[in-house]
Design a protein around this ligand. Structure first.
Ligand SMILES: [Zn+2]
Length: 127
């Protein structure tokens, strides 16, 4: 018996009882939704709020925070102490963002990731 393609209610054509094109499309959508949920949930595990930052800034911040927790050597990330507050260390994430950390003596505690504009506010008198 020759199998013939039939038209499903969704408009696709194919064999069998259900439309495999739609099943596949749904799987892709569900996978995307899962990735989006996982991404949103991942912020709950951060020690500081990294929401609303560009994805590459989030990932790089997480990496640097992780490394600093192991070894508080901020100089390897080109971090510098603020001139007007020596207990605050500013680490460049990229051209637009900085990670600010507080020097706790034996360790560094991440405080915030700030954009260049915010940064100039916390760093008066210098651009
Ligand atoms: Zn279909």
């Amino acid at each position: 018996m020759v199998r013939r393609k039939k038209k499903f209610s969704c408009g696709h054509k194919g064999f069998g009882r259900i439309c495999h094109k739609c099943i596949q499309a749904n799987a892709v959508i569900e996978q995307k939704q899962k990735l989006k949920r996982d991404w949103e949930v991942s912020f709950d595990r951060d020690s500081i709020d990294l929401r609303n930052l560009p994805k590459n800034v989030v990932l790089k911040s997480r990496y640097i925070i992780q490394q600093l927790a192991k070894e508080p050597n901020y100089r390897q990330f080109r971090g510098k102490r603020l001139r007007h507050n020596r207990f605050v260390i500013s680490i460049p994430i990229n051209r637009s963002y900085r990670l600010l950390c507080r020097d706790r003596g034996q360790s560094l505690s991440p405080e915030a990731v700030v954009s260049h504009e915010d940064y100039n506010v916390v760093k008066p008198g210098r651009i």
